[in-house]
Write a protein that binds this ligand. Structure first.
Ligand SMILES: Cc1ncc(COP(=O)(O)O)c(C=O)c1O
Length: 359
């Protein structure tokens, strides 16, 4: 079996044991004589899957019953739109930290609905760093404060989160369940599944239940959080396959010792790669040190031609997904939870060889 070293930013590598289990259960899930994809979302079999997925997530992140856990379609971008529609009430202002491309998209959707105050802007620093908790210029009485805790494109992450009297909402797409966070510090945490949780096209939303109550009457039923809370993520036919894979991924995470154990592993993997990048001026890491992401690691090289040579030769050596995002160029290795330490070591060894030949 030829599996590549996958450094793609998302959809991204899934844990091998998860893929093997899904493969083994593909034709006959649990003695039902059919795959999970072919079963009703209202069947007993699927009910057990979605309930276990939710219970696993609650256990991993220590989530109380004050919060709903929702599996919604459309991914994180859909949440960019749903959030202001539900929570940016007439006459109110929403606070957003502009930390990069994803924050910008979220801000764009909020501006369609109402007034936005950009409470921190990393543009002048080319998004190479994140705000510190005391740097936000918050609006008194804001509807909410929105942050993106890990910017996938720049490869920067927040070391610590802001405190705000307004509800704190966080896009954690590219670092979901990669580090320990206190859910009670947030009114809502959400993210697209395709990096750390499972297949694309699904957003995991953890939201304080009371937040869903104030949605204006003008918002369509499907776009309201309350609809999906009441329907327990089954208001319409959900992405049953993605929920099944999330169940398997969270089983796997629990088996490894949970998020604290995964965080330690993630820090070790990132340290291996950053120390290679810091070892010589041949490599030019992008993110300011204090804000370096452990998930998306970005760097440049002496010229674009050299960067192109690097990705081409890396691909030929079985290492894929290393090209930086099209909006910024350069190189990026996404080393999410499921990216094995061996892949990071293989990349560093390839980098050492490449430097010897081209340095
Ligand atoms: C931080 C962040 N937020 C949002 C998104 C958008 O996610 P989706 O494609 O699921 O809408 C991405 C996608 O890469 C992301 O990295």
């Amino acid at each position: 079996m030829a599996r590549v070293h996958n450094f793609g930013a998302g959809p991204a590598a899934l844990p091998l044991p998860v893929l093997e289990k899904a493969q083994a259960e593909l034709l006959d899930f649990n003695g039902n004589g059919m795959s999970i994809m072919e079963m009703s979302h209202r069947s007993k079999g699927f009910d057990a899957i979605i309930k276990t997925a939710e219970a696993n997530i609650r256990k991993l992140m220590n989530i109380s019953d004050d919060y709903a856990v929702l599996f919604l379609q459309g991914g994180a971008s859909h949440q960019f739109a749903m959030i202001p529609q539900n929570l940016l009430l007439p006459g109110k202002t929403a606070d957003y930290a502009h930390t990069g491309e994803w924050a910008k998209k979220a801000i764009g959707e909020a501006k369609v609905v109402g007034k936005v105050n950009t409470v921190w802007n990393g543009e002048a620093d080319k998004f190479a760093r994140m705000p510190n908790p005391d740097e936000y210029k918050l609006t008194p009485g804001a509807a909410y404060l929105h942050i993106c805790t890990n910017e996938t494109i720049g490869g920067v992450r927040m070391k610590a989160f802001p405190k705000s009297s307004a509800p704190l909402l966080a896009d954690m797409s590219s670092e979901f369940m990669s580090r320990v966070v206190n859910v009670n510090d947030f009114a809502m945490i959400y993210g697209g599944a395709q990096k750390n949780l499972g297949p694309s096209g699904l957003a995991l939303v953890i939201m304080r239940r009371d937040l869903a109550n104030a949605c204006p009457e003008t918002v369509s039923k499907f776009m309201r959080y309350q609809t999906h809370i009441e329907g327990e993520s089954l208001y319409n036919t959900p992405n049953t396959w993605a929920i099944y894979i999330i169940k398997l991924v969270t089983d796997w995470l629990l088996g490894l010792g949970g998020i604290a154990a995964m965080e330690k592993l993630n820090e070790e993997k990132a340290a291996i790669l950053y120390s290679a990048l810091d070892s010589s001026s041949f490599w030019k890491p992008v993110a300011v040190k204090d804000y370096r992401s452990t998930m998306n690691i970005t760097w440049r090289m002496g010229s674009e031609a050299l960067e192109e040579k690097f990705t081409k030769e890396a691909t030929a050596a079985g290492m894929i997904g290393l090209k930086g995002h099209r909006s910024v160029g350069g190189l990026r290795a996404s080393i999410y939870n499921a990216c094995p330490r061996e892949s990071v070591k293989a990349l560093v060894s390839f980098m050492n060889d490449f430097e010897k030949k081209n340095g």
